[in-house]
Structures are given as structure tokens and as C-alpha cells.
Design a protein around this ligand. Structure first.
Ligand code: GAL
Length: 385
């Protein structure tokens, strides 16, 4: 009997955004060390995930995937063992097509063999991509198949479908058995990319919740344009984001129940990025056990100014004030709009999740000044007189 996975959004680190194909045994071991030593594991980041480009270009004579011996000279079981010894869980990557997106062998027609191999190495999480899929095969069918293959190993392997939001994935993904599903194209280390992904899932929310979460892609917090991936790095013309923008990105992913998968080089992470990524009050909004979606309140019909409200399991509410415009703005919340009556004397007591302090009981409304591309985020407790 396997246990139910992804009761709350998974948290971890993934090699792709920063390291692209520059992955190896030493990188993974030193990242595992950093996840523990710098407090990321303690904050909840438990999965260490190797993305694409880890194997040889062809399978061996028995049809098995082979870790590239130049990158992983001790094999993948040794890497998994090291990661497990640190108290972390180990994630890997494959693809439902004949080749991965980076042109390594995909799992198509090898699903059960690959799942068994991953299980034998001690894999706890599989990211499963969508490139090079024969036209005759739907991704729905192929995600069902890999889900079955993983379950048949008897090992608890979290199945992260990387489907990019095509073919109405939100309508059928839960029934495949997947635990998370990518619903957008790849994130880049830029405000434009963050804004585009955030708007798509705020304006067109996909079902997300216990057992199957909508994945808005990895976090770019802390990358500062330093990634080796030409699509997410300064080499590709992406210069990173401001501290304010990274903060807004993290708060949005947390409130929208996305998995929180770090994409920066945490071995060299700045104090500022580390403090943001390990902010326990923001993480608590994401890891809340009821996993409820947010609703959106807009003002002045201005699509750049809005409030997100997320009911939490202890009768509190996560309340985020956002400003996507290019100038500072007073973003209003009128308490009637979250269901309160005011003439009965109810108040909303607000705890600031970024400054870590209570700011007192508010009546009728709260209208903080929010900087451009910034946010304010609170835990709110309704006090009924
Ligand atoms: C993309 C995927 C990325 C990364 C990449 C690897 O399809 O969205 O997150 O995994 O493939 O080639």
C-alpha cells in the first residue's frame, strides 16, 4: 500500500533554470549539502530534482537509460543514496515522447522499464515532459501510462506532469494520477515572464488542490540573471528581476498553490533571496492543508491592481495586495467584498507576512500603498463582535 502523495504542493530544487545541461555528480552533492546547511530542507524544500540532459544520447543494449558517465561517474544510485542520507528526496526527469526536449532518449514505449529503473535507483519524484511525442499519441494517454508504470513499481514516486497547459490539460490531468501539472510555458528570469504566467492562472484559474496541483513552473528567485540556461539567463538577454519583483513572484506562486521548486544556485544564494525563499509565513499560505484556491478582487476596473484572497484551514485568510502597474498605487480592500458585515462591528486583524508582525484590527477597509510590481501580503483573522 503506497501512501498518498502531494497532500500539499511539493517543495524542492530543480537543476534546469540555472544549470541547463551543466549538471554533474559534484553539483548535485554540493546542492544537497547546501539545502540542508542553509536551512532549505528545514523550511520544507525536500525534493532535489535533476532535470533534462543527465543520460547518454542512446539507451544500452538492454534498452536501459544510462547516466552519462562523464557527468555521473558513480552512477545514479550513488547520487540518490547521497541525497537520501541528507534527509532529502530524490527527483529525476524523463519525457513521454521518443526524445526529451534536450534530445536525449525519452520514455515512449519504455515506460514500465524506465519506471522500474528509476525505482531501483531510489527515485521519489519524476518530472515528465511532453516533447517529441508522436502525433498519433495524446499526452493524456501517455501520462496515464507513465502514472500506471510508476504505481506498478510499488515505490512512492511523485508524478510531476510537465504538460505546458495544452490539450485542455486541466480537464483530464487529475484522472491520469499525476500529482502536479505544468500549465504554462517555461518561466524566464524576467518580470515579463512572471507577469505573463501569473496573469494566465489568475484570470483563468485551473483546478488545483490536494493530490494534484497546478504547477506554474520553477521559481526564478535569486537567479539575478546568472543562469547558464540560454532561455533563462543573461546570455539570452534576460537580466533578472528586482528584489521587489522576486518577492511578488514568490508570494503569487505561494498563494496560487503552485509547487515551490527553487531554480537558483542555492550554494551561492544571497541572504536576501534565502530569507525570501525560507519565509515561513509565506510558505504557510502555500502549505495550508485545505489547499483552497484564491479569488480575485479588482478595483477601478484596472487589471493591474488587484487583491487575492485565499481561505485557510484555521478560519484565517491569506490576503495579497498586488500592483502590476509601473507606478506605486493604493490598492483597496473593502471588507464587504470578502463576506464581512461591518455594521455588526466585525473587524479584520492583519498579520504582515513579509514584515512578520501584527498591524492591528482594521474596520471596513484597508488600502495599503503598494510599490510598482510589488505586493503586500497578510494573514487576516475575522473578529466577530
Ligand atoms: C521543457 C520544460 C523545462 C525543462 C526542459 C528540459 O519542456 O518545460 O522545464 O524541463 O524542457 O529540456
Amino acid at each position: 500500500m503506497t501512501k498518498q502523495l502531494a497532500n500539499v504542493p511539493p517543495m524542492g530544487w530543480n537543476s534546469w533554470n540555472t544549470f541547463y545541461n551543466h549538471i554533474n555528480d559534484e553539483l548535485i552533492r554540493s546542492t544537497a549539502d547546501a539545502m540542508v546547511e542553509k536551512g532549505f530542507l528545514e523550511a520544507g524544500y525536500e525534493y532535489l530534482i535533476i532535470d533534462d540532459c543527465w543520460s547518454l544520447r542512446e539507451r544500452d543494449e538492454n534498452g536501459n537509460l544510462v547516466p552519462d558517465p562523464e557527468k555521473f561517474p558513480y552512477g545514479m544510485k550513488a547520487v540518490a543514496d547521497y541525497v537520501h542520507e541528507k534527509g532529502l528526496k530524490f527527483g529525476m526527469y524523463s519525457c513521454c515522447g521518443v526524445r526529451t526536449c534536450g534530445d536525449y532518449p525519452g520514455s515512449f514505449e519504455h515506460e514500465f522499464q524506465d519506471a522500474a529503473l528509476f525505482a531501483s535507483w531510489g527515485v521519489d519524484y519524476l518530472k515528465y515532459d511532453n516533447c517529441h511525442r508522436p502525433n498519433s499519441q495524446t499526452s493524456e494517454m501517455l501520462y496515464r501510462r507513465m502514472s500506471m508504470a510508476l504505481r506498478s513499481t510499488g515505490r512512492d514516486i511523485l508524478f510531476a506532469a510537465c504538460q505546458w497547459g495544452t490539450e485542455n490539460v486541466q480537464q483530464w490531468i487529475r484522472s491520469t494520477g499525476a500529482h502536479t501539472f505544468r500549465s504554462t510555458i517555461d518561466v524566464q528570469d524576467s518580470w515579463n515572464s512572471i507577469e505573463m504566467i501569473a496573469r494566465s492562472r489568475i484570470d483563468d484559474p485551473y483546478p488545483t488542490g490536494n493530490g494534484c496541483f497546478n504547477d506554474m513552473d520553477m521559481l526564478v528567485v535569486g537567479m539575478n540573471g546568472q543562469g547558464l540556461n540560454p532561455e533563462t539567463s543573461i546570455l539570452g538577454g534576460i537580466s533578472g528581476c528586482t528584489a521587489e519583483e522576486y518577492q511578488t513572484h514568490f508570494v503569487l506562486w505561494a498563494m496560487l498553490n503552485s509547487p515551490l521548486i527553487i531554480g537558483c544556485d542555492i550554494r551561492n544564494v544571497s541572504e536576501e533571496a534565502k530569507n525570501l525563499l525560507t519565509n515561513k509565513d509565506i510558505i504557510a499560505l502555500n502549505q495550508d492543508t485545505e489547499c483552497r484556491s484564491c479569488y480575485k478582487l479588482t478595483s477601478y476596473a484596472n487589471p493591474d491592481i488587484f487583491v487575492l484572497v485565499k481561505p485557510l484551514s484555521n478560519n484565517d485568510y491569506g490576503i495579497g495586495f498586488f500592483n502590476f502597474s509601473d507606478t506605486a498605487f493604493h490598492v483597496p480592500l473593502y471588507f464587504w467584498d470578502i463576506g464581512m458585515t461591518v455594521s455588526e462591528g466585525s473587524t479584520l486583524e492583519l498579520y504582515d507576512c513579509l514584515d512578520h508582525k501584527w498591524i492591528g484590527k482594521k474596520k471596513e477597509k484597508y488600502i495599503p500603498l503598494v510599490p510598482s510590481h510589488g505586493c503586500k501580503v497578510f494573514r487576516g483573522t475575522v473578529k466577530v463582535r
